[in-house]
Unconditional design. Structure first.
Length: 494
């Protein structure tokens, strides 16, 4: 049928006009589309006039539809009437009236299509029951949170319950490896009316400290017992083991230092090696040591801290190297076969406490004034530290470093554990405030996740009211790549 011939009362039922599928059918008129009766519950006063207001509610909406079927004979009418009945047999259909093309209702046909039997072309009436009495905008509106806050100017005539979506983006480092910067423990939403929704655990942390079952190395250098002299796997053939180490102290402070370097044209000097006897298979660790590396312009040499597996394969290490006539040294760090050089020299002074930390494939070095990182390959990342080596080197026939001392060292296996956070990179959390349903999209599947919601969530109060609605979104403070927050809603009308 030509659309210009349709009345304002004509409608689509799940996208179909009855006028298009039932020959001779016309929607004539409707009743109940505009006026929505409010039910009010009152309580009688015992000794006073009038009543007390208890509450109000909108009951289901009933829409009556008057129609007409044009036919030339009884058989033709019967055929057309049966087609109409077929299309009327529908529940919870989306119905859009021509007079309001931007809105829809959800309804089911509940009354038979009554007809008057006076002639072949006949009129009749049927009813549409809308259990949900409200009208909804055909358009679903989407807004994002600027700076973590939604400012929604809502111009519907009745409150609307939105969908809240939090996406946790996948990010990658310079090597193309996925990072964990968007991992998150919880998501929270708060409205200015005091309503709060919370998902996940706000107390969750990114890393949890644990007490190691063993401390494989915790050494203050009062003695060299347990350390082998000049029997180490060296960084390269440029460094030769020779000479000896001595011990010294000042009050409660103890250290070891080179007493002799031997002789060679390459870097040469004493090394010490300690074999770890703990039975752990953890690959992550924190290795810390205290040392002093102080030199004048005319002194040249190095200090190395190296970590190997049982087959003498280097896992991680650092080399503080002074090769120029100044009071600066260059820090080189190593992760398997990867070498990184400090961008700026460090001062040859009491460098103090240094740390090498391994988390998965990530090595982080805190040495002197430098913080450097290396991403290990999968093979090296799976290796376990079994040997610790320190090396004190002198460069050829030059004057050695004036103060090259090692005070203490510790190596702890995984003194922290990477918490499996509630939300991982690539996840999408969807909260439907209308139904109080929670879904978590893991990429391969979207699963219901009611367990993520807090027991005290204010579901009934978390709605968009006519006017300005301010909603603040929050997330774990350790999350460095923020979630993308989106709100979706349809306007609702009486």
């Amino acid at each position: 049928m030509n659309r210009d011939e349709l009345t304002q009362s004509a409608f689509t039922c799940n996208g179909t006009y009855f006028e298009d599928v039932v020959p001779g059918y016309h929607t004539i008129n409707t009743r109940g589309r505009y006026l929505l009766e409010k039910g009010i519950e009152l309580t009688d006063k015992e000794r006073a006039d009038g009543s007390l207001f208890s509450f109000s509610r909108y009951p289901a909406r009933e829409i009556e539809v008057d129609y007409f079927i044009d036919a030339d004979n009884w058989l033709e009418f019967q055929e057309r009437y049966l087609i109409l009945c077929q299309y009327l047999n529908v529940d919870n259909a989306q119905i859009i009236f021509n007079g309001e093309p931007d809105k829809y209702v959800i309804g089911s046909i509940t009354a038979p299509a009554e007809v008057e039997e006076a002639q072949f072309s006949r009129s009749g009436t049927y009813k549409i029951l809308c259990a949900d009495p409200f009208k909804y905008s055909v358009t679903e509106y989407t807004e994002t949170a600027a700076g973590g806050t939604f400012n929604v100017n809502y111009d519907g005539t009745y409150k609307s319950y939105p969908k809240l979506i939090a996406e946790f983006p996948a990010t990658y480092d310079a090597n193309g490896d996925q990072t964990d910067t968007s991992e998150c423990g919880y998501i929270g939403y708060a409205k200015t009316n005091g309503a709060v929704l919370q998902f996940g655990d706000p107390e969750q942390t990114d890393w949890a400290e644990i007490t190691p079952a063993e401390e494989p190395l915790n050494k203050q250098f009062k003695t060299l017992s347990g350390w082998n002299l000049n029997d180490a796997a060296m960084l390269s053939t440029n460094y030769v083991e020779a000479g000896n180490l001595g011990l010294s102290s000042l009050g409660s402070v103890y250290w070891t230092y080179p007493t002799a370097y031997g002789s060679n044209t390459k870097y040469h000097g004493p090394s010490i090696r300690h074999n770890l006897t703990d039975t752990t298979i953890d690959t992550d660790f924190e290795f810390e040591f205290g040392h002093e590396f102080a030199a004048t312009k005319a002194q040249f040499g190095c200090f190395q801290a190296l970590l190997y597996d049982s087959s003498n394969t280097l896992i991680a290490g650092a080399n503080i190297l002074k090769t120029t006539k100044d009071t600066k040294a260059t820090v080189f760090v190593y992760g398997g076969s990867t070498t990184a050089k400090g961008s700026k020299p460090v001062k040859c002074a009491n460098i103090g406490s240094s740390l090498i930390k391994k988390e998965g494939k990530k090595l982080t070095f805190y040495i002197g004034e430098k913080t450097q990182t290396i991403t290990l390959d999968d093979t090296t990342a799976a290796k376990i530290v079994r040997k610790v080596v320190f090396y004190f080197g002198k460069k050829g026939t030059n004057t050695p470093i004036g103060s090259n001392k090692l005070f203490w060292c510790t190596l702890l296996r995984k003194p922290y554990v990477d918490v499996q956070n509630t939300f991982q990179p690539g996840d999408v959390l969807t909260v439907d405030t209308a139904s109080a349903d929670v879904y978590l999209d893991k990429g391969s599947a979207t699963i219901p996740a009611p367990n993520l919601g807090a027991l005290g969530n204010d579901w009934e109060e978390f709605y968009l009211a006519p006017g300005l609605n301010v909603i603040a979104a929050d997330y774990s403070d350790f999350t460095t790549t923020p979630p993308k927050f989106t709100i979706k809603y349809r306007k609702r009308y009486i």
